[in-house]
Structures are given as C-alpha cells and as structure tokens.
Design a protein around this ligand. Structure first.
Ligand SMILES: [Zn+2]
Length: 68
C-alpha cells in the first residue's frame, strides 16, 4: 500500500493540522511507521512537522483526554 502523502501527492506540513492529526494517537503521540503506513521519507517529514506544530503550540504534546 502506498503511503498517505504519496497517494494524495501532498507533503506533511505544520499548517495542515487535519492531516497531522490523522497520525496522532488518541494520546497525541506520533504513531509509529508500522501503523501509519508511511514511507520513510514522509514519516521523517511528518515527525518534523508535528514537532514544529507543537513548538508553535498548534498541537498538544500530550493529551489525557480519553484516558478516563
Ligand atoms: Zn510517501
């Protein structure tokens, strides 16, 4: 299966929060490569963009929602 970003011919971007959130677990952890089905290139870029979005406070570092 092709990776999500290759399939839609798009790149992960910190501005594209809808797409970044698809690759966050309910606890806002970045999902690992086996679960995300991304190619190495896009997984690396995604991680970078999510970290940048967190730095800009556009995404939370952790969430405790759904734990209780
Ligand atoms: Zn890809």
């Amino acid at each position: 299966m092709k990776c999500f970003f290759c399939q839609y011919k798009t790149e992960p971007s910190f501005k594209d929060l809808d797409n970044l959130e698809k690759f966050l677990s309910p606890r806002k952890k970045i999902v690992n490569r086996e679960k995300s089905n991304l190619c190495a290139k896009h997984q690396r870029k995604l991680t970078k963009e999510i970290k940048y979005a967190r730095y800009l406070a556009m995404l939370p570092y952790v969430s405790y929602q759904g734990l209780r």
